[in-house]
Design a protein around this ligand. Structure first.
Ligand code: BTN
Length: 224
């Protein structure tokens, strides 16, 4: 399946957050930056954005259906990119990409009236991280530096491919994520719900089973 290519690509040397720039661009335009001074993570967290990482935001027309699967669709796009390096990565619901037990990439989706701003951060050439982040980079895994430009172009291609899969065959997103899902069968907590994580629903919600009942978790974080 062929993906669209972005209309315009901006590459900045430093910015507060590529998300803020992308919000002012038109649909299918993308922005990258070498450094972010206020990189945004999910749930109000920050995203460590020193030089060496890939920081991308794309402004797309909000998917008309299956919007709740957008984050997972982008997770699959990132996983496909990384599998190109023969890395078996896992998706920690809902939007964390892990290699072994360390975080390699993260996804932030911000929806407004008509648009969705897709933010993707991948740890690429960084040689170290603060310990508390429990992060790794492609450099630390592969022991070689990668071209951010080549990686960005391949990532954009995967992003547009999976936007198309999302609109034409959303069930494929659920199937692909299910194959890469981490911690299935483990005990998880989400707010007041505690149960065994048994997978995701057709809407991409996390399913926690407790005392024979299955609870759906729509958003937020699962703590294992
Ligand atoms: C997370 O795992 O918490 C999501 C991290 C998303 C980080 C990316 S980097 C590009 C874009 N700009 C930001 O400020 N955040 C996203």
């Amino acid at each position: 399946m062929e993906g669209k290519v972005p209309l315009k690509l901006l590459w900045l040397s430093k910015v507060s957050s590529t998300q803020e720039v992308a919000k002012r661009l038109s649909f299918n335009c993308a922005v990258l930056s070498n450094i972010q001074t206020s990189g945004k993570g999910t749930a109000g967290k920050s995203w460590h954005s020193e030089s060496g990482g890939l920081y991308l935001s794309v402004n797309v027309e909000q998917p008309k259906k299956s919007l709740e699967l957008l984050s997972l669709a982008m997770g699959v796009a990132v996983a496909k990119l990384l599998e190109g390096f023969n890395l078996l990565v896992g998706i920690k619901w809902v939007n964390d990409i892990y290699f072994q037990d360390k975080k390699l990439a993260g996804i932030l989706i911000e929806n407004s009236k008509n648009s969705s701003i897709i933010g993707i951060g991948i740890n690429v050439n960084q040689v170290s991280f603060p310990k508390e982040l429990n992060a790794t980079s492609l450099y630390l895994i592969l022991q070689r530096e990668l071209s951010l430009k080549e990686l960005a172009l391949e990532l954009l291609s995967q992003v547009f491919i999976y936007l198309e899969v999302l609109s034409k065959a959303p069930e494929r997103i659920v199937q692909e994520v299910s194959k890469k899902l981490l911690y299935v069968g483990k005990l998880a907590t989400s707010g007041s719900i505690k149960g065994t994580f048994i997978g995701i629903s057709e809407n991409g919600y996390a399913l926690l089973k407790s005392n024979g009942k299955v609870y759906q978790v729509r958003s937020g974080e699962l703590k294992f």
